[in-house]
Design a protein around this ligand. Structure first.
Ligand SMILES: C[S@@+](CC[C@H](N)C(=O)[O-])C[C@H]1O[C@@H](n2cnc3c(N)ncnc32)[C@H](O)[C@@H]1O
Length: 346
């Protein structure tokens, strides 16, 4: 019998939610580089629609503990954070709306068709899958992912953007830097990114800058933060480490971006860029990085709060063997980097 994932995934993240959230709250700067494509797209949409940040409406699908909305808390931007799991602590402000969506965003996309300027989906779509008795059903899973993208597209107004950031099932063959992303050159990147984050990254890499275009910034990030990690390393980290060595495991249908992109065109989504983004996660120390990964991905028992003298050789080698860690200035970078597909709704 075939079963879709949503109930199982909600239970799975219900078990992981507290540790996931603690990792994000303890190291709020670690995933700063993940935010850069969002900064450029938000800026582009603000200018395209002549809106101020406070008038923007952003739908954060698979929003989890609110990584994106919390990261832009210094701005006026308002988010709707939508997730199937209800175990995360909300941010307590009235600025954002938190929704539980157990139906792949079907009902909300009918209720709020065309209401959002931007839809973000960071790291969630690979949890959309279908299983039968033999395990994951690849073709049906891809079909369900397409339906999910169609629902997210419906939420967008014409000219709005969908950013789909996720783990590819294989290294991308699309040349990111050949893509047409000129439209999202930036004028207020620093305000959106925040001086505190900029200072944090500059303390790791003095030559880090937010340049006028996303392409140039991607090149800077690549040259500073990336070493020679194999492009499939993120998949290996999940399949070989998180799936096998954590008590809750990890099931996923990683994204076939080429098929998603081909089908997205049928839902009025025009691809602006596909970026195999080289953003690392950045920490104060190696021990902090190891603790963060332990809590975020649920290795062993929880060990709160973080203490600099804590040692965990198992998680440390899980990270170094698959992803790679290295010093950047006085900081420690762990190679990461999901692919970002940026679509405009026509
Ligand atoms: C890896 S977490 C990412 C959370 C957040 N976007 C971040 O980057 O920190 C994936 C999230 O997607 C949610 N999720 C998975 N499948 C979902 C579905 N079908 N509908 C809504 N949320 C889902 C999970 O509950 C989880 O919070």
């Amino acid at each position: 019998m075939m079963k879709d994932s949503v109930k199982e995934v909600a239970e799975y993240f219900g078990k992981r939610a507290a540790r996931y959230q603690l990792s994000q709250e303890t190291c709020p700067m670690a995933r700063s580089l993940d935010l850069i494509p969002y900064v450029y797209v938000i800026d582009g949409v603000i200018r395209q629609f002549s809106r101020s940040p406070g008038d923007l409406r952003i739908f954060d699908a698979f929003g989890g503990s609110g990584f994106l909305s919390r990261s832009f808390a210094h701005t006026e931007i308002r988010f709707t954070i939508a997730d199937c799991t209800n175990a995360y602590k909300q941010d307590g402000s009235n600025k954002h709306e938190w929704l539980i969506c157990p139906d792949y965003f079907r009902a909300i996309s009918a209720e709020r068709a065309g209401e959002y300027d931007l839809v973000f989906a960071h790291g969630g779509l690979h949890h959309v899958y279908v299983k039968d008795n033999a395990g994951l059903e690849d073709e049906t899973s891809v079909g369900l992912q397409h339906q999910c993208v169609a629902n997210l597209s419906r939420l967008l107004r014409k000219g709005g953007f969908l950013v789909l950031a996720d783990i590819p099932d294989r290294p991308s063959r699309v040349d990111a830097h050949g893509s047409d992303i000129s439209l999202i050159d930036t004028s207020m990147a620093i305000d959106l990114f925040g001086n505190e984050r900029l200072a944090f990254l500059r303390s790791a890499a003095t030559d880090f800058s937010l340049s006028p275009s996303l392409n140039n910034t991607c090149h800077t990030v690549e040259s500073i933060f990336r070493d020679s990690t194999h492009p499939g390393s993120l998949r290996r980290f999940f399949d070989e480490e998180v799936a096998r060595k954590t008590p809750n495991g990890h099931e996923a249908c990683f994204l076939d971006f080429e098929r998603i992109i081909a089908r997205a065109a049928k839902h009025d989504l025009c691809l602006m860029a596909l970026i195999p983004y080289p953003g690392a996660w950045v920490f104060e120390t190696a021990n902090q990085a190891v603790w963060f990964f332990r809590e975020m991905f649920g290795f062993g028992q929880s060990m709160p709060p973080f203490q600099e003298d804590s040692q965990d050789y198992v998680v440390k080698s899980a990270i170094s063997d698959t992803l790679g860690m290295r010093s950047v200035g006085d900081h420690l970078a762990v190679n990461w980097g999901v692919s970002y597909a940026i679509f405009r709704r026509d």
